[in-house]
Design a protein around this ligand. Structure first.
Ligand code: NAD
Ligand code: LMR
Length: 335
């Protein structure tokens, strides 16, 4: 009795809810450092009806464990050779499969290993669940989203509104780090983060958060740098044992919850995400993170950036240079 109400309270605090609707979610890479806590958090999300957990190793064990949690959703684990079965009926697919960084590596150093993982998983998803919303956590996100998009395109099922790069951890960090300086609850200092998900391609728009306006000069530069390189902070602290897993699982569950609420018909669900975007398409940048309104068809509306300061314009310039190369590299992998 206590456990049930405790789980419900935790779920209610963790996730916003909207009108109930049955939604099957599949996690690809569910046995990993992100996959396990992400699966736990998705088990707590009241929007999830069925949770399919897949990995090349260990998913049935994670599923057995998570399935004992007393929330309403059903959980099923799938062995390595059961990828297509894991994807059947999926409406949302969340992908934290692939290798993480070690100290001294850039996200781009993961490209050669993770590009094949994303190509193969996207190929299966395009075949079995072509209309599912695909949320890519795997790094380098900037290049993995173009790869998955091209795979769907070649399979003749590409819907640009349904493929997302999960950049939510940058948003979470920006808000947390800002609140650490100005005080108060991070929920009261939301920050729009645009661009991509690696180093200089991450651009927090602090000028659009009133509480941040008093942070200027060196303090401002330090804050931007911390958001851009927050991932390195964790990689170094973990000293070879991987990169952010728990905060990423939180961010992944937060993004998935926003998408599920949008799918369920809630209006005004807006969050930054790295998607196919018209904003800088004419400069050869087909994918870009900005505020996106989520709805039943996925990325229903892509918002322009709004007014930027001169400093933010400079950051944006560097972002665009890096992003363009990352996107081209993703496309080139499949040529
Ligand atoms: P991990 O090594 O702990 O887990 C990865 C899991 O993927 C493993 O269980 C592995 O068996 C599985 N896997 C590998 N190939 C697979 C395949 N073909 N199909 C299914 N599963 C497969 O790594 P992690 O710490 O969970 O990180 C996973 C990825 O997420 C990394 O690429 C990392 O860089 C990235 N990441 C992204 C963000 C972000 O903000 N988007 C944040 C943190 C980490
Ligand atoms: C992060 O931002 O923490 C992730 O992209 C993982 C990493 O490699 O830094």
């Amino acid at each position: 009795m206590f456990a049930r109400s405790a789980a419900r309270k935790l779920a209610a605090r963790q996730f916003s809810t909207s009108a109930a609707r049955n939604i099957n979610v599949t996690v690809l890479g569910a046995g990993g450092g992100i996959g396990q806590p992400l699966s736990l958090l998705l088990k707590l999300d009241p929007h999830v009806t069925k949770l399919n957990l897949y990995d090349i190793r260990g998913a049935p064990g994670v599923a057995a464990d998570v399935s004992h949690i007393d929330t309403a959703s059903e959980v099923e684990g799938f062995e390595a050779d059961k990828l297509e079965e894991a994807l059947e009926g999926a409406e949302v697919i969340v992908v934290p499969a692939g290798v993480p960084r070690k100290p001294g590596m850039s996200r781009d150093d993961l490209f050669s290993t993770n590009a094949s993982v994303i190509r193969d998983l996207a190929t299966a998803a395009a075949k079995v669940a072509p209309k599912a919303h695909l949320c890519i956590i795997t790094n380098p996100v900037n290049s993995m989203v173009p790869i998955a998009s091209r795979v769907y395109d070649r399979a003749g099922v590409y819907d640009p509104k349904r493929i997302f790069g999960v950049s939510t951890l940058d948003v979470v960090r920006a808000s947390r780090f800002l609140a650490g300086i100005v005080g108060g609850d991070p929920a009261d200092t939301p920050v729009t983060v645009i661009g991509g998900h690696s180093g200089e391609t991450i651009v927090p728009l602090f000028s659009q958060t009133p509480a941040a306006k008093r942070i200027t000069g060196e303090a401002y530069k330090k804050l931007v740098h911390r958001v851009q390189f927050g991932g390195d902070e964790v990689v170094q602290a973990k000293a070879g044992a991987g990169s952010a897993t728990l905060s990423m699982a939180y961010a992944g569950a937060k993004f998935t919850n926003a998408l599920l609420r949008g799918i369920a018909g809630e209006k005004g669900v807006i969050t930054p995400s790295y998607v196919r975007s018209p904003l800088y398409e004419n400069e050869g940048i087909e994918f870009f993170a900005s505020n996106v309104e989520l709805g039943p068809n996925g990325a229903e509306k892509i918002y322009p950036l709004g007014q930027l300061t001169a400093e933010e314009e400079e950051y944006l310039k560097a972002c665009k240079d890096g992003l363009k190369k990352n996107i081209q590299k993703g496309f080139a992998f499949l040529d």
